[in-house]
Design a protein around this ligand. Structure first.
Ligand code: PYC
Length: 324
């Protein structure tokens, strides 16, 4: 087949604080009617190779997070989205929602203001302040375990909190690691060992969910810029170039539970590349009265508009891991 006759998928790429998002604007399989959860199940169970085609090599990379845009189930919502990565699907994605908002505005599909977005983890509301700045009122977030102790082969005992912020996180301070961009490989190895220990020892969320993000914290370099620095390892072993929206939500839920963050007080979380998200909490009475609704604010910029070509003659058209 000529490449110009091959199936295509139109995408818009952006980055949020250095972390890339690729939004599927058109093309690909019809995920049918229903809730965003119904569409996620169809994408995962019948069309998972399209997830791989969009984000994996040779078109993408392990770092890329995809967002499959769907018509919303409710007329009150601006859109529905399924976020995914190199290995699977995400409940919510903070940096991805900021990227999605800026992408929809860039495409002329959204005005500044407040908009509802349907995600598999629940509805969120985002406010597009201008062409690049977005606040996300995330799903209810909470801490499941404080000071959870984990024996990690090769490292020893690691203590951290397990918390939900739209994805599951193991949040670790006091680790002795140097949280710097130049140490990203070492930090990846360290957090991957923790992740493997969590999996191997059956540490799970309340419904048996994997604790599939590991987040390390350090004091800020400059207290005028940030309250904390972090390094976040994502499920497919890539690290988040941004401070991670759901990871920051999990963090502020823990801070609130410890009485270290008051409602409305701003927490500035800096990521490994230096970008900063601002976060506030509103108590929502969830999990032992310590649950919160976090709001995360950050900036995204569109980097590309592209057409992905799935040439049937290309054995790698669905990504290196899926050969047909
Ligand atoms: O910003 O929530 C986030 C996120 C999750 C995984 C990568 N980024």
């Amino acid at each position: 087949m000529n490449a110009q006759d091959a199936p295509v998928i139109d995408v818009i790429d952006s980055h949020t604080g250095g972390e890339p998002t690729r939004i599927v604007m058109a093309g690909g399989p019809d995920l049918g009617p229903g809730s965003v959860g119904d569409r996620l199940r169809r994408l995962r169970d019948s069309y998972d190779r399209y997830r791989s085609a969009v984000v994996n090599e040779p078109r993408g990379s392990d770092v890329l997070v995809g967002g499959w845009l769907c018509p919303p189930a409710s007329p009150d919502s601006a859109a529905a989205v399924i976020f995914f990565n190199n290995v699977g699907y995400l409940g919510m994605c903070g940096h991805g929602t900021i990227g999605l908002a800026v992408t929809l505005a860039h495409a002329g599909r959204l005005e500044a203001g407040r908009h509802r977005l349907e995600t598999p983890a629940g509805d969120v509301v985002f406010t597009l302040h201008d062409a690049s700045r977005v606040s996300v009122e995330n799903v209810p977030s909470y801490r499941l375990h404080k000071d959870f102790e984990l024996d990690v082969p090769g490292i020893g005992r690691v203590r951290g909190d397990i918390a939900w912020g739209g994805n599951w996180f193991f949040l670790v301070g006091g680790h002795g690691q140097d949280i710097r961009y130049r140490n990203a490989d070492t930090l990846t190895d360290y957090t991957w060992q923790i992740r493997q220990a969590l999996d191997a020892q059956g540490v799970r969320g309340p419904q048996g969910e994997l604790i599939d993000h590991v987040e390390l914290f350090a004091e800020p370099d400059d207290a005028a810029v940030a309250d904390s620095r972090n390094f976040v390892l994502c499920p497919g072993k890539a690290y988040d170039r941004s401070p991670c929206g759901t990871g920051t939500s999990a963090k502020v839920a823990c801070l609130f539970a410890d009485g270290r963050l008051a409602p409305g007080q701003v927490w500035r979380q800096q990521g490994i590349t230096g970008s900063v998200f601002e976060a506030t909490v509103r108590p929502d009475g969830g999990k032992d009265a310590n649950g919160v609704k976090p709001t995360i604010t950050g900036e995204a910029f569109v980097t590309a508009e592209a057409r992905l070509i799935l040439d049937p003659d290309d054995t790698f058209r669905f990504g290196l891991a899926v050969r047909e």
